[in-house]
Design a protein around this ligand. Structure first.
Ligand SMILES: [Cu+2]
Length: 151
């Protein structure tokens, strides 16, 4: 009986060790793996952007509020780094555009100022947070802006 009890205790101890070890080894490699995957993904994205060269690049579509408000239909947008086509549809008779500036306030691109029309432009975006807004005086302040996240 003593032997059996000892074996059971050993088995239990081994199980606990394995379980704990399993958790540890799960946690550590997963964390490291994620870091590696992120690095690899970034590399692939960069490589992909370079290979695509903007040909099959992403398109960002913006629209001024069809009801006539000083707003776009979205206040958030996301895009992948690289060449991005910015499309803007303005159904209003009021003139608007879509300008994009980086986090330092430097404008990286803008569509034409248009009314009851649409326009598009191409911008080269690096990963980061940008602001898109209407450059007509007062419109941005009135709410015609949003955040563009580039990954
Ligand atoms: Cu405007």
């Amino acid at each position: 009986m003593n032997k059996v009890a000892a074996l059971l205790a050993l088995a239990l101890a081994a199980f606990i060790l394995v379980a704990c070890g399993g958790d540890d080894s799960d946690t550590t490699p997963t964390g490291g793996g994620e870091t590696t995957q992120e690095a690899e993904t970034d590399g692939q994205e960069n490589a992909g952007g370079g290979a695509e060269g903007g040909g099959a690049g992403a398109t960002l579509s913006f629209e001024a509020d069809p009801e006539g408000a000083l707003a776009y239909t979205a206040t958030e947008a996301t895009a992948k780094a690289g060449k991005v086509t910015v499309e803007f549809d303005n159904p209003q008779s009021l003139t608007h555009d879509v300008a994009i500036e980086d986090s330092s306030g430097k404008e990286v691109g803008a569509t034409e100022l248009i009314a009851d029309s649409s326009d598009s432009t191409t911008v080269n975006l690096k990963p980061g947070t940008y602001t898109f807004f209407c450059s007509v005086p007062g419109h941005r302040e009135a709410g015609m802006e949003g955040t563009l996240t580039v990954e």
